[in-house]
Design a protein around this ligand. Structure first.
Ligand code: LLP
Length: 420
C-alpha cells in the first residue's frame, strides 16, 4: 500500500496534488511520501517480529541517500549500511548513531577505512583477506579494535538481473564461502580486529525467496563449522535484496513471508541478526513527476517525449527496467506509445509499445516506484541539471534536494591558462 492515489480526478501524494508540486517546484521532480516511507519501515520490521531477538536494521543508503530520508528512517530506529566515505558522512549528518552504521563494499579505500574508525562505526563488512589485514593494521596502529564480519559469497544464483546479482562465485563480492575457515583462523588472531560474524548479500530485486534461503542455509552450515573451530560468532548480516512490485498486478514475496523464511532458516543460530534493506523500504515511496514536452508522430506509435530523461532515472536505460507510467489527470482514454526523454541517445527510452493513459503536450505524468535507485543514480549528461526532490507530509511538502542548475555544474569547471 502507498499514499499515491487519484482524488478529484487528479493524482495526489498524501494530500498534495501533483499539479501543485509541478507548478511550485517544477519538473522533472522526485516526490516522496513520508507516510509511505514510515509504513514500509514498520512493515519490514514487523515482518521480522518472529525472530528470537529484535534484529538490527541498517537501511542501504545507496537506495536513497537523501538526508531527509535518512533522518526519517533514523526516527524509525534504522541504522545505515554505507558503501563509501560519502555515504558514511551522510549517515552521520542525518544523525545515525555510529554504532548503528555498517560499512560494506568491495573497494573501501585506506582513507575510507580510517574514516570508519574515526567515526567508531558498528561494523565493517570486510570483503577480502587483503582488506581485513589492512584494516587490522590501521586499527592496531591507532590502538583501536574494528568490529567486523566477513562477507562470504555463497555461490547461489539470485535469479535477478545480471547487473545486480552479487552472490554467484564469479562476481567480485565477498570471499568464496569455502575460504571462510582459513580466513577466520588467520584474521581473528590479528589484534586490530574483532571478527565476529559473517555477512551475505546475493543480489537485489529478488522476486523469489528460495535463493535467499539457500544462501542462508550455507551460512548456517558455515556458522556451525566456525564455532566448531572455536570462533565466537555473535553477529550475522543477511544483507538486503527483497524485491518490490514494479508492474501493476505483479506479486512479490511480502516482508512477512521473508520474515517467516528467515526465522526458519536461522533457528538456533543464537546471534544478533542484521539486515540491509534498501529497495523494499524506498522503492514504492517515491515517484518521478514529469511533464510531456510534446507528442511526436512516429512510424508506428507516437513518441511521448517527456522532460525526464535517462540522466534523471537511469534504470530503464541501464537494466531495461519497467516503471509503471501514469497520467496525473487520467481521462480514461488510452494510447499506445513509446515514452522517451530528450537525451540524444536511443537508449533514452523509458518504454516501447506501451499502453498508457492518453497524454498530450504539457500534461503531467509519473514514473512509479522511483523512490529507490532513482535520484541517487542521476547524472548531468547532456548538460541537464540534477533533478530536485520533494518530501510530502500530509498536506505539506518540503523541497529536500534543490535542483542543481547546469550553470552551477559548469561553475565547478576551470579552463587552464595553457588553453586560453
Ligand atoms: N547490501 C548490500 C551489500 C548491497 O550491495 C545492496 C544493494 C543492498 C544491501 C541493498 O539491496 P536492496 O535491498 O535495495 O535490494 N541500482 C540497482 C540496484 C543495485 C543494488 C546494489 N546493492 C537498481 O536500480 O536496480
Amino acid at each position: 500500500m502507498d499514499h499515491f492515489h487519484i482524488r478529484d480526478g487528479q493524482m495526489h501524494v498524501e494530500d498534495v496534488p501533483l499539479s501543485r508540486l509541478a507548478a511550485e517546484v517544477g519538473t522533472p521532480l522526485y516526490v516522496y511520501s513520508r507516510a509511505t516511507f514510515e509504513r514500509h519501515a514498520r512493515v519490514f520490521r514487523e515482518g521480522l517480529a518472529g525472530l528470537d531477538r529484535p534484529p538490527q536494521l541498517a537501511f542501504a543508503v545507496k537506495a536513497n541517500p537523501n538526508l531527509a530520508v535518512l533522518g526519517l528512517l533514523r526516527r524509525e530506529g534504522y541504522g545505515a549500511d554505507v558503501v563509501s566515505g560519502g555515504e558514511l558522512a551522510r549517515a552521520l549528518k542525518a544523525g545515525m548513531p555510529a554504532p548503528d552504521i555498517v560499512f560494506s563494499g568491495v573497494g573501501k579505500t585506506t582513507s575510507e577505512l580510517q574514516q570508519g574508525l574515526d567515526a567508531g562505526i558498528g561494523q565493517f563488512n570486510i570483503e577480502s583477506g587483503e582488506e581485513g589485514r589492512e584494516l587490522a593494521a590501521i586499527a592496531a596502529a591507532r590502538g583501536q579494535v574494528a568490529h567486523c564480519a566477513l562477507r562470504v559469497n555463497p555461490d547461489v544464483d539470485a535469479g535477478t538481473h545480471d547487473k545486480i546479482s552479487t552472490g554467484r562465485a564469479d562476481t567480485k563480492f565477498g570471499v568464496p564461502i569455502g575460504h571462510a575457515p582459513q580466513l577466520f583462523a588467520e584474521l581473528s588472531r590479528l589484534p586490530g580486529l574483532d571478527l565476529r560474524g559473517l555477512a551475505v548479500h546475493i543480489g537485489s530485486q529478488l522476486s523469489e525467496l528460495d535463493p535467499l534461503e539457500a544462501a542462508f542455509a550455507k551460512l548456517g552450515d558455515m556458522l556451525a563449522k566456525l564455532r566448531g573451530a572455536g570462533h565466537a560468532i555473535t553477529h550475522m548480516d543477511l544483507g538486503g535484496g527483497l524485491g518490490v512490485p514494479y508492474r501493476r498486478g505483479e506479486t512479490l514475496p511480502e516482508p512477512a513471508q521473508y520474515g517467516a523464511m528467515v526465522a526458519r532458516a536461522t533457528r538456533g543460530w543464537d546471534v544478533q541478526l542484521m539486515f540491509e534493506p534498501g529497495r523494499v523500504i524506498a522503492g514504492n515511496a517515491g515517484v518521478l513527476l514529469t511533464r510531456v514536452i510534446r507528442v511526436k508522430r512516429g512510424l508506428h506509435n507516437p513518441f511521448v517525449i517527456v522532460d525526464a530523461a535517462m540522466n534523471d532515472l537511469a534504470r530503464p536505460a541501464l537494466y531495461g527496467a519497467w516503471h509503471d507510467f501514469d497520467a496525473v489527470s487520467p481521462t480514461g482514454e488510452r494510447m499506445l506509445a513509446n515514452i522517451v526523454g530528450p537525451i540524444c541517445e536511443t537508449g533514452d527510452t523509458f518504454a516501447t509499445d506501451r499502453e498508457i493513459d492518453a497524454l498530450g503536450q504539457d500534461d503531467l505524468a509519473v514514473f512509479r516506484t522511483a523512490g529507490a535507485y532513482g535520484a541517487t543514480m542521476a547524472s548531468s549528461y547532456n548538460s541537464r541539471g540534477f533533478v530536485a526532490e520533494v518530501m510530502v507530509d500530509g498536506a505539506d511538502y518540503a523541497v529536500v534536494a534543490e535542483r542543481i542548475a547546469p550553470d552551477a555544474i559548469a561553475d565547478a569547471e576551470r579552463v587552464p591558462d595553457f588553453l586560453r
